[in-house]
Design a protein around this ligand. Structure first.
Ligand SMILES: [Zn+2]
Length: 337
């Protein structure tokens, strides 16, 4: 029996070595030449009130090897300590729940039987950010190890999705939207005034068009797909106005859009108050400036950070709202994964 166990472990080790990306800890590797059965634990789940909800794309949870844990009060990258060590929580446990009589309470929801119902009542916005970091690894380092902030999801250039907190807890990512929203930081260096040199430095061109070249100081990108080359979904640089000011930006990668659609569909299914639409003007065009306080209060659906704060530009002029929302609605017309 001991020999069998040793052989099995050896086989497992061989499978692990051949895996291109880190497998989640709770999923056994699948090796065609062995008799190891397909894992029963799914790796395509997000966690809501402690329950695992499939969304149809792999998700790296905060509990897994290589994941990003916003519950931790330790540095995620202790070998790169900041000058001022942040202390304490990077998130707010629970959610503010409206009791319907004008009062709210901050409920620590996770694990309670009422969690799902209370969260469905509290959560009606999905806020999209770009991270101005370029990679999810760098983004988490800045949020967690430097700025004492958090966000539920990180979406890397290769489409890898990380969840850092249960959605029953409040992430600190968009001020007045925090208590009622889920937030995502999408890896992208962001939008700039037309004369700014940043995009030139980050996006050289080869015969296939522009691609992301990470700066030399970023010794580790953390991108999980080996050899991945990040190319914008549209080759041309996109110019557009946010709050009436013109910015240029390169689009997200197709892999990021594909994952974002799956995640948004999972969220819309789990939270019926979350409508698959963004703020629009009277003509039905996507709003490209901040909502008023009253409009924000009323809005239930998917927003950019710039819809919430007039001093923010993300997710920028290149974020393709109509393409994303069309794909989301078509995903919602399919059976849930
Ligand atoms: Zn933002």
């Amino acid at each position: 029996m001991k020999l069998c166990t040793a052989l099995l472990l050896l086989a497992l080790a061989a499978c692990r070595a051949a895996e291109p990306a880190l497998p989640p800890l709770d999923a056994e590797p699948v090796c065609a030449s062995s008799r190891i059965e397909r894992p029963s634990v799914r790796n395509d789940v997000i966690v809501v009130c402690g329950e695992r909800i499939p969304i149809g794309v792999p998700v790296v949870l905060w509990t897994e090897r290589g994941g990003y844990d916003a519950y931790s009060t330790e540095l995620r990258f202790p070998s790169e300590p900041p000058k001022d060590l942040p202390a304490g929580l990077r998130y707010q446990p629970g959610r503010k729940i409206d009791k319907g009589d004008g009062t709210t309470r901050l409920s620590s929801l996770s694990g309670t039987p009422a969690c799902g119902a209370e969260l469905r009542a509290a959560l009606d916005q999905f806020v999209i950010h770009y991270d101005v970091c370029g990679t999810s690894r760098q983004c988490f380092k800045i949020l967690h190890d430097r700025r004492k902030l958090s966000v539920h999801f990180l979406l890397d250039v290769d489409g890898t999705l990380y969840q850092t907190l249960d959605l029953s807890d409040t992430a600190w990512h968009a001020r007045q939207a925090n208590s009622r929203s889920v937030g995502i930081e999408i890896a992208n260096i962001g939008a700039y005034p037309p004369s700014d040199p940043t995009l030139e430095q980050w996006y050289p061109c080869d015969e296939q068009g522009p691609y992301v070249r990470f700066p030399a100081w970023m010794k580790e990108t953390g991108v999980r797909t080996p050899g991945f080359v990040a190319r914008p979904a549209r080759a041309e640089r996109i110019t557009g106005a946010i709050h009436g000011t013109s910015y240029e930006m390169h689009d997200l990668t197709p892999q990021q859009y594909a994952t974002l659609v799956k995640l948004a569909a999972g969220l819309c299914r789990a939270f019926p108050s979350l409508r698959p639409d963004c703020p629009r003007d009277a003509q039905g065009a996507v709003r490209m400036e901040a909502l008023s306080a009253a409009e924000f209060e009323q809005f239930r659906g998917i927003l950019g950070h710039f819809h919430i704060s007039a001093d923010k530009q993300d997710p920028g002029p290149a974020f393709d709202w109509e393409h994303f929302l069309l794909a989301l609605r078509s995903e919602l017309a399919q059976p849930a994964p």
